[in-house]
Design a protein around this ligand. Structure first.
Ligand code: F6P
Ligand code: MG
Length: 441
């Protein structure tokens, strides 16, 4: 196999990777420090003096981290004893050995962007867990919750659509189902605009009713393989034995509004019989500011259930029921918060790969998952998606992502050039999106 292209890296001055490491990540660290500071009295109330000491310790570790990053110091091995620390340190050693002789140590601005950015979130986690008794404090929790509350109107519109327009249609024909499936897929796509790491942790909620603007957003879908998804799932629906399982997995991205769009899609997949079981994959630690942890997942369902709005609370109650009856299953695995591209999964997390091999379709939400699918490398825009996956083919899969990093494959010849001419920042603003499928039909 030909050597793949180089990784994106902050060493390309002026690139999005460079700007992220130079500007956005220190900003995220500063916010995390502020958050800890603002919770000082809460730590005191809960844990007394020990809580105050822990807050000081976590802040000093985060300030040290920010300084290492801003002064481009060598990347340090992890020192905590979490289950993944050895894997991280091995990866760091591998990065080190890839450097040419005389290049010195792997550093923030001279290592692959994917590695460095993931490493920063893992170091935030290290700082917090090394500061008991506040070791389970999520520095991003507040902003994730704010995103959900600020998106209330859109959440209500979505739940109302699900409960009033979709539920009452008895025995919908395939055309109706397909139309609705496409609608909910697109809502889930545009829900991915709302991640908080792109906005440096600032609010990025959904304030307009996304259902009403779907048609206007269609031209911004650069790769649209929705038809493949429909063919695959409708074929299963129409040919499977009565009791057989059709499992769809969703590798989740952001909590808040995006998670609600994913849950609405998952609800529809079950109730329309396009799938019989949905497995959600979340993160074991706070990640890229807004990514979903088990706490966020349960919190959102509980908020929905407690809502005063009848359709929101109906959704919450239904979703809780799906979980209780095992039709929805939430899982996490430490592989999702490692720096490895997904092509390394068979070697690094064979159990997870084997699990995904059982699935009819895997949906990968969001930009970071796309970067990991494609290895975050400088591929030509016309490289086939299958090739960029570099052997990662556990099951038919689809990336549902708005573009927030300078990487895209599978475009038509000339398409990228046209975009660059009309929208120079098309790769990074989240304005454009894709449904990119790989797998046999
Ligand atoms: O910090 C930038 C980034 O790494 C971008 O790749 C992307 O915009 C974001 O973080 C994560 O996006 P998502 O939540 O869609 O994975
Ligand atoms: Mg995210």
């Amino acid at each position: 196999m030909a050597e793949p292209p180089a990784f994106l890296s902050a060493q390309d001055v002026g690139s999005f990777a460079y700007l992220t490491i130079k500007d956005r990540t220190p900003q995220i660290l500063t916010k995390a420090i502020d958050t800890l500071h603002r919770h000082r009295s809460e730590f005191f109330e809960k844990h007394g003096e020990e809580g105050m000491e822990a807050e000081k310790k976590a802040i000093s570790l985060l300030s040290k981290l920010r300084n290492e990053l801003q002064t481009d110091k060598p990347i340090l091995p992890l020192v905590d004893d979490c289950a993944d620390a050895d894997l991280w340190n091995k990866y760091l050693e591998d990065q080190q050995s890839l450097l040419s002789e005389g290049a010195g140590k792997a550093r923030w601005f001279y290592s692959p962007w994917l590695f460095v950015e993931c490493y920063m979130y893992r170091r935030i986690h290290e700082a917090i867990i090394q500061s008991p008794p506040i070791h389970d404090f999520d520095v991003f929790k507040e902003s994730k919750e704010r995103n959900f509350f600020e998106s209330q109107e859109s959440v209500i519109a979505l739940c109302t659509h699900l409960q009033e327009s979709l539920r009452p249609v008895e025995d919908p024909d395939d055309d109706q189902l397909k139309k609705e499936f496409f609608k909910l897929l697109q809502i889930s796509l545009w829900g991915n605009k709302c991640d908080l790491s792109l906005s440096g942790g600032e609010s990025s909620s959904q304030k307009i009713n996304v259902i009403s603007v779907l048609e206007d957003l269609k031209p911004f879908i650069l790769v649209n393989d929705m038809e493949h998804l429909w063919s695959l799932l409708s074929k299963w629906k129409n040919t499977r034995e009565k009791a057989s399982t059709v499992r769809v997995d969703i590798v989740l991205d952001n909590s808040g509004f995006e998670l609600v769009t994913d849950l609405v899609l998952a609800d529809f997949l079950l109730t329309s019989n396009l799938a019989t079981e949905i497995h959600f994959h979340g993160k074991t630690i706070p990640w890229f500011v807004s990514d979903t942890t088990i706490h966020d997942f349960n919190w959102i369902i509980e908020q929905m259930k407690q809502s005063n709005h009848k359709w929101m609370s109906k959704c919450g109650a239904d979703w809780e029921n799906y979980i209780k009856t095992g039709r929805w299953i939430y899982k996490d695995h430490l592989f999702w918060t490692l720096p490895h591209p997904f092509c390394a999964m068979p070697e690094v997390a064979p159990d997870l790969y084997a699990e995904l091999q059982k699935v009819c379709l895997v949906l990968f939400k969001g930009d970071l998952n796309y970067r990991k699918l494609t290895g975050d490398r400088k591929w030509e825009f016309t490289t086939p998606f299958h090739q960029a996956l570099r052997g990662f083919h556990p099951a038919p899969l689809c990336s549902i992502r708005t573009l927030k990093a300078e990487i895209q494959v599978g475009l038509r010849p000339g398409q990228a050039e046209e975009l660059t001419a009309s929208e120079p920042n098309w790769l990074t603003t989240g304005k454009f999106g894709i449904f990119q499928f790989d797998g046999p039909l």
